[in-house]
Design a protein around this ligand. Structure first.
Ligand code: PEP
Length: 252
């Protein structure tokens, strides 16, 4: 099954609304003529509506970086899936390692967040990946099995193809230490095998991205790997030029 590659830029806590607007106006002409690749900007909440308005009708979609699992409630500072959808956002990053590490995002919460995003029509980009100590202890597969199993427990086979998974080894995020092609290929093939054990046909449609220190120099080699369906890009997405180069490298 042909899967269209997805290049998603994770801005983290960078860019005010004005900075976001300057960026998208520079990016849109750079990607207008490309086909065979989908593009998403995962932006801070405050940028979502303006970005979605500016990108409407283009190939660039706007995603959020987090959401609460409940539809509404007394959760000060939180944002629901419906609130995100109303901004024009089309997806949401869930389970990023920074949220797991600094904000206590748990697999139990993710098991509720992924279906909640799907119900609201948002594409979940579920991040999974092992820490450095887990890799050193040869615990990578156990960690991936646990995250994929628990975080997707509430997703049935019919919905699985809507989910994007980002394999992001924690030791490669923001460190400049990119996984080798062999490491990325092996982990992503393992994740696909886990999905196939649930539903073989649905698993063939799931896009699995690589994330962790992707830049304009290393993107082409990673994106050429047979099981890699795109990239989640942090630091290198903050400037238009390297991000546009990564997008060009993803076309199939
Ligand atoms: C990320 O934020 O998901 C990420 C992969 O960051 P970086 O590309 O900077 O390693």
């Amino acid at each position: 099954m042909a899967r269209t590659p997805l290049i998603a830029g994770n801005w983290k806590m960078y860019k005010t609304e004005r900075e976001a607007e300057d960026y998208i106006q520079a990016l849109l002409p750079r990607v207008a003529a490309l086909d065979g690749v989908e593009v998403a900007i995962c932006a801070p909440y405050t940028d979502l509506k303006a970005l979605a308005d500016s990108a409407r009708g283009s190939r660039v979609e706007v995603y959020a970086q987090n959401m609460h699992q409940d539809a509404e409630g007394a959760y000060t500072g939180e944002v629901s899936a419906a609130m995100l959808a109303e901004t024009g956002a089309r997806g949401v990053v869930l389970g990023h390692s920074e949220r797991r590490a600094y904000f206590g995002e748990s697999d139990q919460a993710l098991a509720l967040k992924v279906p909640a995003a799907l119900r609201a029509g948002l594409r979940p980009v579920l991040c999974v990946g092992e820490s450095e100590s887990e890799r050193d202890a040869q615990d990578t597969e156990r960690r991936l099995r646990q995250q994929v199993g628990e975080d997707l427990a509430g997703v049935d086979a019919a919905e699985l193809a809507e989910v994007v998974i980002a394999y992001e080894p924690v030791w490669a995020i923001g460190t400049g230490r990119v996984a080798t092609p062999e490491q990325a290929q092996e982990a992503i093939a393992f994740i696909r095998a886990l999905l196939a054990a649930r539903d073989e046909a649905a698993a063939r449609g799931v896009r699995i991205l690589y994330g962790g220190s992707v830049n304009a120099d290393n993107a082409a080699e990673l994106l050429a790997l047979p099981d890699v369906d795109g990239a989640l890009v942090g630091g290198a997405s903050l400037q238009v030029e390297p991000f546009a180069q990564i997008i060009s490298a993803a076309r199939r």
